[in-house]
Design a protein around this ligand. Structure first.
Ligand code: NAP
Length: 272
């Protein structure tokens, strides 16, 4: 399966589905090789007006597309698969973007032999800085995985993981942006406590976050090394770090991510 030569249909073009469509278009995927489906006519008009992509009904998408990217909410997936499941020819590739749904959920509702891939992306897809984890379900080959990578690369970085790790991925990178936003929010408050105007505190900490993230990504250094470079003996940083350790920030993160992973498992179990 070579990129751009297959027709991709986004089934359920909401927030994530629209991000996928716009990413594929920016990456040069031909507009006549893209289809979208929606539940509401007003949304269909919006998508066609914005991207020139043809909006069709779900069954037409199943017939005409080679790749079906399912981007409905997990709770809508059952009804969708009742409608299209038995009609999907087994040579189509189904890519699920539904958080928490195991590929076995799809396999049970699709004809035997249909390849299924599960992806977990995150909201920085909005600025082409997503982290997308891709897992092969039953019958998905290396070629299918390569095609999925090609489709998600325009939205940021991609990584292959075994499906058994997807609940941990959801806890780490799926929910991850929220943890960083919470930290920034708290640091802005701290700046205000120290007497800085809100806007000044915001600008200082956002640029610090961006700079730190780029150094983490590009320097190749371990985070400990990067932190040590800012931590001089008897200096200001170590005073702050002592308080972070006293307040159990590290332990809180371990517990928080474990809780998110457990919740992801619970949601998956509801959709077995
Ligand atoms: N948002 C995120 O940050 C994020 C991140 C990672 C993964 N995800 C996953 O991506 C999926 C979509 O999330 P979202 O935030 O994009 O939700 P969303 O904005 O509600 O998009 C889902 C869209 O699917 C449409 N739809 C539902 N049933 C349909 C059907 N049978 N046929 C055609 N269209 C149908 C909905 O129509 P209506 O407009 O009528 O409701 C809606 O426009 C979810 O499974 C979520 O877990 C989301």
């Amino acid at each position: 399966m070579a990129p751009g030569v297959h027709t991709v249909a986004v089934i359920g073009t909401g927030k994530i589905g629209e991000l996928m469509l716009s990413g594929l278009l920016r990456a040069g995927w031909p507009v006549d090789r893209l289809l979208a489906t929606t539940r509401r006519p007003a949304r269909a008009e919006e998508i066609t007006a914005r991207y020139g992509v043809a909006v069709v009904d779900n069954l037409t998408a199943v017939t005409e597309a080679d790749v079906l990217a399912v981007a409905v909410k997990p709770q809508d997936a059952e009804a969708l698969l009742e409608e299209i499941g038995p009609k999907v020819p087994a040579d189509k590739l189904v890519i699920s973007l539904c958080a928490g749904l195991p590929t076995s959920f799809f396999a049970r509702r699709l004809p035997e032999g249909t390849p299924v891939i599960r992806v977990m992306t995150n909201t920085p897809a909005l600025v082409d800085e997503a982290m997308t984890a891709i897992s092969a379900g039953s019958h998905a080959t290396d070629e299918h995985l390569a095609l999925a990578e090609e489709m998600f690369r325009p939205l940021g970085a991609t990584m292959r993981v075994p499906e058994s790790q997807q609940d941990a991925v959801t806890a780490l990178s799926g929910s991850g942006p929220a943890y960083f936003y919470l930290l920034v929010e708290a640091m802005v408050d701290a700046g205000i406590l120290l007497g800085l105007p809100r806007q000044v505190a915001h600008e200082l900490i956002v640029q610090t976050a961006i700079g730190s993230a780029i150094m983490l990504r590009d320097s190749g250094e371990h985070p400990v090394k990067l932190r040590e470079a800012v931590t001089s003996p008897a200096g200001t940083t170590i005073s702050a770090i002592r308080e972070l350790e006293n307040h159990g920030v590290r332990a809180a993160l371990l517990a928080a991510l474990e809780a998110a992973r457990d919740r992801a498992r619970e949601i998956a179990a509801q959709h077995e």
